[in-house]
Write a protein that binds this ligand. Structure first.
Ligand SMILES: NC(=O)c1ccc[n+]([C@@H]2O[C@H](COP(=O)([O-])OP(=O)(O)OC[C@H]3O[C@@H](n4cnc5c(N)ncnc54)[C@H](O)[C@@H]3O)[C@@H](O)[C@H]2O)c1
Ligand SMILES: Nc1ncnc2c1ncn2[C@@H]1O[C@H](COP(=O)(O)OP(=O)(O)OP(=O)(O)O)[C@@H](O)[C@H]1O
Length: 533
């Protein structure tokens, strides 16, 4: 395509003279160093038009006709160049505006989510806002141009809180890097998240979630041990583990209840640290490199619920009966912890749901109660009411359905093997990003569970004409009553729970459904019988 400067060059012999007529001398020419500014372009175009519109003098030769045609072309090109430049400027300022907006949002998100008392987003809970939060946070959380996630990017360790004082020693929180692995091999090809539109071709070049691998960049120094209460076997293992970790020169935190138990047993455990109140615990995320759980799935849920923002990697040891999310054997804790402390570790990034209860009496959605994060599911049921629940369900403001039955479960994929499974939902691999929409005993012949994409915001409202109230519970806990008109708004949280794998994510999942749930266990049919001939 011909550029404006090419044109000027093409007609330069004829132009020279004419331009002198238009601009006088060279210093008034509308370009400098080969670049035209848009105002000059418009002026040049005007001047060229004036020249063209001057009546032809009698006896004019063919050259002038040709010249006039050339000037028309120059005029056209100059106009296009001016238009192009104006539109590029408009586009640039629009991108700048978007960038500033995005930066401001990220800054607000960082302040709200990650300051010292990092309460999960209060205030504005509108569907758009919730969606926006996950959108803005996604690049740093799930992928970036460096083919990995750095812990200091996730935790936004700032200079002032990067060091903490533990028993008079300055301790720096260990930094780690998360990388995507593909079939056990390092994959550096994470160019785009899901879809590429390059050259008009739509390709699913990369998958949204892959096996993730954690590599320590500095050695972990502080471990938090969380234990199932009232269990003698847990107490014994916990005491042993504390001694072993102490030998490895690690700082150890336990819950206040556990510290009391340990110190009562022996004053040897005086070095074990704990916290006094909720504020004390909130500061722990700045110190803890690793969380160890000793118990069943309920203890993993408990650990996750304690972190209302970013969660350190969790190593779940099995001391329960089912242990779907607890792949490590407690008898082998020394070998397991040795290899975990050394790394690299395969990680399952378990997504959580962020839930807000919005009361009918609240004047605006921003007057909602404190949000709650769930690792398994949020359930709305009829509780002690003998009437059917009447729940109006919306997905990104589109009406989905009305649930008339015992209730509804909104589950993560990690929770798909818990209550949702019992209510007839599918079992879904925990790395699949999605929200399960599973009714509980719907009074309908045609209701089937749904799996919705992770980016949607769901709103479940107790119908105004419902015969009774409903009850909401979070990972089976914190039951709250929902009166007619009250609603629950639910979307994917930006803070997943990273749990260490024994093999890899898929291997552990399949092992759990076979060993924990005895999935598809059937006697093998013998080949001794009739066959297709
Ligand atoms: N009908 C049901 O199946 C039913 C009813 C209520 C609660 N629950 C589940 O119990 C969970 C709370 O667990 P808890 O230990 O505090 O209560 P709990 O002590 O009552 O144990 C519930 C059982 O669910 C299992 N479980 C928990 N999370 C799981 C998961 N992600 N995959 C497979 N199994 C899982 C546990 O191992 C345990 O055996 C809730 O989040 C809910 O999913 C299930
Ligand atoms: N540190 C803790 N503090 C208070 N409660 C806890 C703690 N850890 C676990 N719990 C609660 O104790 C209950 C039982 O825990 P968990 O599920 O781990 O053990 P379990 O019932 O023996 O295991 P399983 O469910 O596999 O049989 C759960 O409801 C859980 O929320």
């Amino acid at each position: 395509m011909m550029e404006s400067n090419d044109c000027v060059f093409l007609f330069s012999p004829i132009l020279d003279e004419t331009l002198k007529r238009i601009y006088g001398n060279a210093s008034n020419l509308p370009w400098e160093d080969g670049f035209l500014d848009s105002l000059s372009l418009v002026n040049s175009e005007k001047a060229v038009k004036e020249v063209i519109q001057q009546p032809l003098v009698e006896g004019i030769d063919d050259h002038l006709v040709e010249f006039s045609e050339a000037m028309r072309t120059v005029s056209k090109v100059l106009r296009r160049a001016a238009e192009g430049k104006a539109s590029a400027q408009a586009e640039a300022s629009e991108w700048k505006r978007k960038y500033e907006l995005e930066r401001e949002r990220n800054r607000q998100l960082e302040n709200k989510g990650l300051n010292s008392n990092y309460n999960v987003e209060k205030g504005d809970n509108s569907a758009d806002h919730l969606k926006l939060m996950s959108e803005t946070a996604e690049p740093s959380q799930f992928g970036n141009e460096k083919n990995g996630i750095y812990s200091h990017e996730v935790l936004r360790d700032r200079e002032h809180n990067a060091y903490s004082n533990v028993q008079g020693k300055l301790i720096r929180k260990a930094s780690f890097k998360l990388q995507w692995y593909c079939k056990g091999e390092k994959n550096d090809q994470h160019k785009h998240d899901i879809v590429s539109f390059e050259k008009g071709n739509i390709t699913t070049a990369e998958r949204s979630s892959k096996q993730i691998c954690l590599k320590w960049e500095s050695p972990p120094q502080t471990v938090l041990i969380l234990t199932k209460p009232n269990s003698t076997s847990v107490k014994v293992i916990c005491a042993e583990m504390v001694r072993w970790l102490k030998e490895k020169k690690l700082n150890i935190y336990v819950e206040p209840r556990v510290r009391t138990e340990l110190v009562t047993e022996s004053s040897y455990y005086d070095f074990v640290q704990t916290w006094k109140d909720d504020d004390g615990f909130l500061l722990l995320h700045e110190k803890v490199d690793l969380v160890v759980t000793l118990g069943g799935d309920g203890t993993v849920l408990w650990a996750a619920s304690m972190f209302k923002g970013p969660v350190p990697p969790i190593v779940p040891f099995s001391l329960g009966s089912l242990g779907f999310m607890t792949p490590f054997h407690s008898e082998q804790y020394k070998e397991c912890l040795k290899s975990i402390l050394q790394g690299p570790i395969s990680i399952t990034l378990r997504h959580r749901l962020q839930c807000h209860v919005i009361r009918e009496s609240a004047k605006t959605e921003s007057e909602s109660e404190e949000p709650i994060l769930v690792l398994n599911e949020v359930t709305i049921d009829r509780g002690i009411s003998s009437f059917l629940t009447n729940l109006e369900c919306y997905c990104d403001n589109s009406f989905v359905t009305c649930v008339q039955g015992d209730g509804l479960i909104l589950s993560t994929t990690s929770g798909s093997t818990a209550y949702s499974l019992a209510a007839g939902g599918s079992m879904v691999h925990p790395q699949v990003p999605g929200i399960l929409f599973t009714p509980i005993c719907p009074h309908s012949l045609s209701f089937r569970p749904l799996i919705l994409p992770e980016y949607v915001t769901l709103r479940i409202q107790v119908a105004l004409n419902s015969r009774g109230p409903a009850w909401v519970s979070f990972d089976g806990k914190d039951r709250k009553q929902l009166s007619q008109g009250d609603a629950l708004v639910c979307s994917m949280s930006i803070w997943p729970v990273p749990t260490a794998c024994r093999g890899d994510s898929t291997n552990d999942f399949l092992h759990s459904i076979h060993e924990g749930l005895h999935w598809n266990l059937r006697k093998t049919q013998s080949g001794d019988g009739p066959r297709d001939s």
